[in-house]
Design a protein around this ligand. Sequence first.
Ligand SMILES: [Zn+2]
Length: 404
Amino acid sequence: MQCLEEIKMDEIKKPIIMDQTLREGEQAPNVAFSIEEKKAILTKLDEAAVPLVEIGLVARNSPFLEEIEQLLTIPLKNAKLVVCCLAKEEDFATAVELGCEHILIICPTSSVLLEKKLAITKEELIQRVKKIIAGYEKNQTFGLIFEDTARTKNADIENWIDLAVELGASEVYLADSIGILSPERVSETCALAEKKAAGRLQIGCHFHNDLGLALANTLSAFQHGASILTSSINGLGERAGTVCIIQLLTALNIHHHVKSDIDTIALAKLSKFVESVTGLIIGPNTPLIGYNAFRHSAGVHADALLKDVDTYQGIAPSLLGTNHSFIPGKLSGSVLLQYFAKQAKFDDKLWLNDTLRIREQLANIGNSNLRSALTGYYQCLEEQSLEAESCLRRYLCKKKDHEE
Ligand SMILES: [Zn+2]
């Protein structure tokens, strides 16, 4: 890997990041933001300097148009707002009337969606899109989303790019709506699209995480010419979601040396806010944003980290406004236990001897009981509570009574 110093900063192209929490995110099962929550999310995204924010799907008869209208009135410092709509004249006209700066038109480009969802031919959809744009005064910019790019023939992708250029679109999106692409396929498709676009419009990407590859696919797209990358807070989206914005920014920084102006610490706070209002709990081992992302328990790692963080630190937690933390656990060694004793200002030797003895006792109880015994005991340790030992003794007595 090239050292950062060897790279001329002006050679590093910066992608444009679009957040889709308010549109794609709300498509996740059991997510329904109130208008107040939407306003708070939009304001926080703007404060974090996210440059593009998609705020909703516009449809002529949608009961949620007023929400979009309200969001459009919020004064913003950084974010340019985007709405999307289906390839329908009345929906596009409604989006234009709303006055949003940028409109995305969803164009299903795979034969399976054309035949089975829309029951029209590619030519018919092309004529429809042409008609939509023909009657439009172009006071706003627009882009086309190639829905289900993964199952779209290369020749069709090229035709659609020519059409987008002809119509005056500013960008097109390669959208893996069903989440089946791999980084290799993305590199081929993106290179093909970039070559065809030949600088006439920008290439964007929108990838779903069904195979856990959305982030890798987005990085691959960026490497092969995509300049607008979509994501959402906590990766919220349909099914397994999309790309987590914090993971995307951090990976771009580490692997592509992209120094973004977006405030990841503000996004980390927003991540918690979105978690609380949606009730969709972030998995503890979710990279960067999960509860365990910077917590250490195993003796070998904790011992080394306490000596020097460089030993096991790949990503500085300070990027997200947090620190490494240590958690006593089954495999914590004497160094970490001593660390806790010191933190709690306990009598080192006495505490350590007691703790090591209890640890041995724990090793002797059956595996099925180990977890519950550890929970109470280690929680007390973590909280530096003198109750730790009595907590364990109470558990062991109960267990003994139960066995007798
Ligand atoms: Zn999507």
